[in-house]
Design a protein around this ligand. Structure first.
Ligand code: ATP
Ligand code: MG
Length: 399
């Protein structure tokens, strides 16, 4: 077994010493069998959250009511969840009553898809009650049990099916697809935050075109905030679209594809953070600058390293012919006379002193920005005397 499982093995051993059962479960087993990079290691056990807290020193109770705690072990975190069934789903969102159980079989049965319903013991033996390995081999997303029923219990699973298609490049089993059509209207009742998490993963998937294919085919996009009011956006998605890593990048793309919808509308409807909003806005601004000026020093300077990568993904998606690479930005960045406003050889106070008769106001910031661009573009030396001279000859307009 790979090192990452070896590192978690003592947790399972300890639980077994206390006469509990414990297995690796879910995404980590799936990803290991696919030999793809793994996210988190999840462990399922017959021990109750209280039992777990007694056995391990560092336990963080993140979701006790669902039977989930985080066990800290050798500086790593592991989600350890008590075997459970999900009871009835009356509000179609949260399990009514989680029932803890003592066998793994029913725990696997509550899981969404066959490929996610695999468990593995500490020695690498797989428990596969629903032909999950076969579906991995056939590259199929298929619900555990009756699709219609499973999607009615929790319609987020419909969104999850699409994101797994996008991440894994899998197809959806015809019966599961049929059930998705039938139940998709239920998605209207989903908490937007849960939907947003899955959609972010969908747009970041390395088989994004498969994800989008099924997003269209199932008509699920008609149940997504904002998109349902402007469905033509989905048709406009370019076939050269690259995986976008954040919803900030996705909203920037949507806004470029349909300028009528402001970034704010996306961010609000999808209940995203200000950070996402700011990233989307910065990307849109940079994109429009790029369209008129190309990838010059000022563009490279204005994009943070983080956004340079995002910008490249976005721009190459929209203009696959453009030879725009990260190396270009890095090369330009390395040659810039300054890397940030702080490195300018002048500050606001000194600029104010050049015009003692004027009151402080927006003209100061505007002057700094003008000078900053001149310096970055190599049109003005970053030296106090040169800057002062330039400002004297190019005095700021009055506010
Ligand atoms: P990732 O690699 O993105 O974390 P994952 O398969 O581990 O993928 P998680 O959301 O971390 O997905 O969930 C862990 C496991 O819990 C899943 O593999 C699945 O077995 C189960 N699961 C998660 N969400 C649901 C759900 N809505 N309905 C049923 N089972 C679920
Ligand atoms: Mg996971």
């Amino acid at each position: 077994l790979p090192e990452i499982f070896q590192a978690a093995r003592p947790i399972i051993e300890k639980l077994e010493q206390h006469h509990y059962e414990a297995y690796f479960v879910g995404g980590c087993v799936r990803d290991w069998l696919l030999r793809r990079p793994m996210g988190d290691i999840d462990i399922a056990t017959s021990a109750s959250p209280e039992n777990i807290q007694e056995i391990f020193e560092k336990v963080i109770p993140v979701g006790i009511e669902h039977g989930t705690v985080i066990v800290r072990w050798e500086k790593e975190s592991y989600e350890v969840t008590t075997f459970r069934t999900d009871g009835k789903y009356s509000d179609k969102r949260h399990p009514d009553d989680v029932v803890f159980i003592d066998n793994i079989e029913l725990d696997l049965e509550r899981r969404d898809f066959t490929i996610n319903a695999l468990a593995m013991d500490k020695d690498g033996s797989i428990i596969d009650l629903f032909h999950g390995r076969e579906d991995l081999q056939r590259k199929l997303i298929r619900t555990v049990g009756n699709g219609e029923q499973r999607f009615q219990e929790d319609s987020l699973r419909i969104a999850r099916a699409l994101r797994f298609c996008s991440q894994l490049g899998f197809d959806i089993h015809p019966e599961t697809l049929d059930a998705m059509y039938k139940v998709k209207d239920d998605m209207e009742g989903l908490a937007v935050e849960r939907l947003a998490t899955e959609m972010e993963k969908l747009f970041a998937g390395s088989h994004l075109q498969t994800g989008i294919h099924y997003l269209k085919k199932t008509g699920v996009y008609m149940h997504l905030p904002v998109i349902k009011d402007y469905p033509h956006i989905i048709q406009r998605l370019p076939s050269s679209l690259r995986p976008l890593l954040t919803l900030g990048e996705v909203f920037a793309l949507f806004h470029i594809l349909e300028e009528e919808i402001p970034i704010e509308t996306w961010v609000k409807a999808w209940k995203c953070s200000n950070q996402i909003k700011n990233q989307a806005k910065a990307l849109v601004e940079s994109y429009s600058y790029y369209r008129s000026h190309g990838a010059d020093e000022w563009l490279a300077y204005r994009l943070s390293r983080f956004n340079q990568e995002a910008f490249t993904r976005l721009t190459v998606s929209l203009h696959p012919g453009d030879q725009l690479g990260m190396e270009d930005f890095t090369r330009i960045n390395d040659r810039l006379p300054i890397q940030s406003t702080r490195e300018m050889d002048i500050d606001g106070k000194e600029i104010a002193e050049l015009f003692p008769e004027r009151k402080k106001g927006p003209w100061m910031k505007e002057t700094i920005q003008k000078v900053e661009k001149k310096i970055v573009m190599g049109e003005l030396n970053n030296s106090k005397s040169d800057i002062k001279e330039w400002i004297k000859w190019n005095p700021p307009e009055r506010d």
